[in-house]
Design a protein around this ligand. Structure first.
Ligand code: PMM
Length: 268
């Protein structure tokens, strides 16, 4: 059964839910409701990675996420920390997180791999080519899925060299990270090249800009609303499940849960 990571962004400026869950109580309540909807992991983030977002320091990031992680872990939820910072990763694991989700795959913080190796947590390696302020300038590919797979393989090698056992790795091709418009579709068409790398595969398409672009194409007069982007996300989740991914990272867990249930019913 494909896992569902529910997104809890404790940020003022995330791309679709910025500002909604900056308050600890609201973030915890949101996490618990995603868990009730069927999330297998709650992915807690304290720094937005949306295109053009400003960076916050690890101190502010930790102030945002640690109390939320502690309470969700106390409530029995499996928690992942979405961070680029080694110190936040280590502190989050001390607070009970089981997985470090690093969209940069260790490239953003030179201390990250050693920190993760020490924690014993699982490590989700994202495909990344640079911080969000200029990542589209780096969106230059001949064959996107092949190049993303090759770069992820290098990151897997770095992680192994730092002492992170291969069984602890998860790979994520980083939809929207240094990929523009149609490159994301090309990447999804080539998902088997990512699955062939071996580790568990995580994928995050939820509400992303390339989905809104496709929806605008379908109905140019209508706004690509959140409801429509969540439906589009449920469809990409179902197709990703078919392609063999281990888990999908989404905002609307219930919609994706239903889409996956229908996919599994079809497949028997
Ligand atoms: N996307 C975002 C943040 N974290 N983590 C993983 N592993 N994969 C992703 O695709 C990913 C991520 C950006 O999206 P958000 O602003 O909706 O959280």
């Amino acid at each position: 059964m494909t896992g569902i990571w529910g997104i809890v962004n404790v940020t003022p400026d995330s791309f679709s839910d910025g500002g909604l869950y900056l308050d600890v109580d609201r973030a915890v309540a949101h996490g618990l409701s995603l868990r009730a909807d069927g999330a297998t992991v709650l992915d807690i983030g304290g720094e937005s990675t949306r295109p053009g977002a400003d960076r916050v320091g690890p101190a502010i990031e930790q102030e945002r996420v640690l109390p939320v992680i502690e309470r969700l872990v106390a409530a029995g939820a499996p928690v992942s920390i979405d961070t680029l910072n080694a110190s936040t990763a280590a502190a989050a694991v001390r607070a009970g997180a089981r997985i470090v989700n690093d969209v940069s795959g260790g490239l953003a913080d030179p201390e990250m791999l050693a920190a993760v190796a020490q924690t014993g947590a699982d490590y989700a390696i994202g495909h990344w080519r640079g911080f969000s302020d200029d990542m589209y300038a780096k969106a230059d590919y001949q064959r996107v899925a092949r190049e993303v797979a090759a770069e992820l393989k290098e990151r897997m090698g770095d992680a192994a060299a730092a002492g992170i056992a291969p069984s602890r790795l998860i790979v994520d091709p980083g939809v929207g990270f240094a990929k523009a418009g149609s490159q994301n579709w090309e990447l999804l068409r080539g998902l088997d090249e990512i699955v062939a790398l071996g580790p568990r595969v995580l994928i995050g398409t939820s509400r992303k800009r390339f989905l809104a672009e496709a929806l605008r194409h379908a109905a140019p007069e209508q706004e690509a609303s959140e409801i429509r982007r969540d439906l589009a996300t449920a469809v990409t989740s179902a197709l990703a499940a078919r392609a063999g991914v281990w888990a999908v990272r989404v905002h609307d867990v219930a919609a994706t849960r239903d889409a996956l249930a229908i996919t599994h019913a079809w497949d028997g």
